[in-house]
Ligand binder design. Structure first.
Ligand code: NI
Length: 142
């Protein structure tokens, strides 16, 4: 069982009130759970910025499938880095537009590089990358 330590921190009243309002709006049952989430989020982001360890990224891309060169460039990139692409989901949004969600997993620097490269591909209309950690990092905190 995970060992817990109780800590005490001092905050300005106004900061605490804003934090409590935010937690309530987001549905947190306790301050502790909200603080744990913020700490994990910060640790994961900083590890990713340092390019350390295994990273998992969810890449969302929206593009016009009539742009055939774009589609072929995206497929080429995915095949070139097939060891990083765990899975992809393709949704036909309508007559023209496609949504693609890909999960990448591997060394942080390579995952970050591929994610950035996919988003920067000419013709991608909208995109985003969400990073999280692999099994190893999460295990040490839980
Ligand atoms: Ni499509």
């Amino acid at each position: 069982m995970t060992q817990l330590t109780r800590i005490s921190i001092s905050l300005e009243n106004s900061l605490l009130e804003a934090f409590d309002r935010r937690n309530s709006a987001k549905g947190y049952a306790t301050r502790s759970e909200a603080i744990r989430d913020l700490i994990r989020d910060r640790l994961i982001k900083e590890a990713n910025e340092r390019g350390e360890g295994e990273q998992v990224a969810v890449v969302t891309l929206v593009y016009d499938h009539h742009a055939r060169e774009l589609v072929s460039r995206l497929v080429d990139k995915a095949h070139h880095h097939h060891d990083l692409v765990v899975s992809s989901l393709h949704v036909h949004l309508g007559e023209r537009h496609c949504l693609e969600v890909s999960v990448l997993r591997g060394p942080a620097d390579r995952v970050r590089h591929l994610g950035d490269e996919l988003l920067a591909t000419k013709g991608v209309l909208h995109g985003d990358i969400t990073y999280t950690s692999g099994e190893q990092a999460l295990r040490q905190w839980h």
